[in-house]
Design a protein around this ligand. Sequence first.
Ligand code: F0G
Length: 349
Amino acid sequence: MRWEGVIKAYREYLPVTEKTPLLTLNEGNTPLIYAPYLSQRVGARVYLKFEGANPTGSFKDRGMVVAVAKALEEGARAVICASTGNTSAAAAAYAAKAGLKCVVLIPEGNIALGKLAQALFYGAKVIAIKGNFDEALKLVREIGKNHPIAIVNSINPYRIEGQKTAAFEICDVLGDAPDYLFIPVGNAGNITAYWRGFKQYYDFGKTKKLPKMMGFEAEGAAAIVKGEPIPNPETIATAIRIGNPASWQGAVAAANESGGKISYVTDEEIIEAYRLLARKEGLMAEPASAASVAGLLKYRREHEFNQDDVVVLVLTGHGLKDPDNALKQNANQPAVVEPDYNEVLKIIL
Ligand code: F0G
């Protein structure tokens, strides 16, 4: 069957009606890729949910399509969001497709190059604030309260609803829920969405078990782990450079109800996992996504899996989003030579 996006595929589980426009960029249906190296290393069956395969290169498309479709249904003319980059790219793309205006607030100097290029190129009005994501989100909440513009951050419940479809896809492919889900945590919307999705499929009798939800913040932005907001969050993984997650309670509930945990990984662990993923599994994900891989390796240092445990790692965004880090974290630079047979051969041999 032809895939036509998450609203069409999962409409009975989504808050949509006949009046909701069937907006789509054919998001979703992303590959669940078996990871032989990681499986062998940790002693379980490890799969990678490659969300970089979405139309704007991140999982945000799943929630954005529902949020923008509902905004259209409700007569909105414009949407606004604060973003560390991926949400702004998704908002700009879906607003373009829907014919809506789009405004995005980003933290100046702390957004990956590809994401900035996307938001600008899809035609959004991009405002770089001299502050961090948390300050940008606070401004967006205020503007949304006072002006007729739809907020499409994950504080918009339709975003979480759309994002839960990734959990459905994993269960549809595996035939049941996995035993563990490892996922990066920034604003905490995605872990909240996955947990809702897994619970919903379980309640509908589509699965027989629920996964342990293992969420990972970056150490310099680990507000949930530390139990208090962090005024100046810092991490190389700019996507999750967030000091006061909006869905804090959702993340804590997911971890507690599932028997999982919210932990953190260091920037060194993130970088190591980021490189390992490309070199051992052939997948390029952005640094924030590598937090789930780093989280798996950290967890394995302290715990054993059963051999037949099924473990899914969410790779939230494409590595091409952040070419600066890809180049910076690579020890090798291209060898520059004259276009001469012998010169080239000298390098190869
Ligand atoms: N991974 C990537 C690549 C992200 O862009 C984000 C969040 C996360 C993980 C964390 O997800 O916030 O639901 O816990 N990015 C947001 C943005 C904040 O603005 O693009 P979360």
